[in-house]
Ligand binder design. Sequence first.
Ligand SMILES: [Mg+2]
Length: 242
Amino acid sequence: MIRALLWDVDGTLLNFKAAEKAAIRTLFAEYGFGDCTDAMLATYAEINDAYWKKLERGEMEKPQILVRRFEDFFSVIGVDPRLSAAFNKKYQLALGDTIVFCDDADQIVAELKGRIPQYGASNGTLAAQTKKLERSGLDQLLDGAFISDQIGFEKPDARFFIPVCERLEADVPGIRKEEILIVGDSLTSDIQGGVNVGIRTCWYHPEVAAGAAVDETAERPRIDYEIRDLHEIYDILDLTTS
Ligand SMILES: [Mg+2]
């Protein structure tokens, strides 16, 4: 039986891609860079993804990648890369300005509140994540939130989960690791992290429902559950008897 839920935030509870696009477009207008086209946003997404993968592999530090992604992006689109550090600072705050939930994440978390302890588990920066959790109301719905900036380690590092497990043991006396479920959209951070620390894993991958291709040959960490819509969490959590 699952007795506690760890929700990844970006891409799982919140539609991070929608917020990301809105924040970049707003800042392009503010800086007078002109229109940020869909093609430009796609270029940015590609550069950004590659840097986050480097972070997960421990090849780079977060402060470096936050600025470097914009330096690379600006170089490609013909904007002065020296503006990257200042742009990134504004971007971190602007990110919190657009709240878009995945599926009906807010309703689902609200519905589960009081029935099972729920926590956020995020690799985002403290400034951006705190603002997002507050603006979305998730800070009131969740029983707590763990942010890598505060812990000092990123998912999938098992050390990210040390304070998480300590808190869960205090909140849910006698809880065992296999009674904790992490729900996330990233195989490399959420699912691999769950595997590293020995808790159960649930991979949320809505893009498959939308028709995107999944590389079936890629090596994957152990996935205990797969869902394409967050409502499927009700089937995994057998709450009827509790
Ligand atoms: Mg995510």
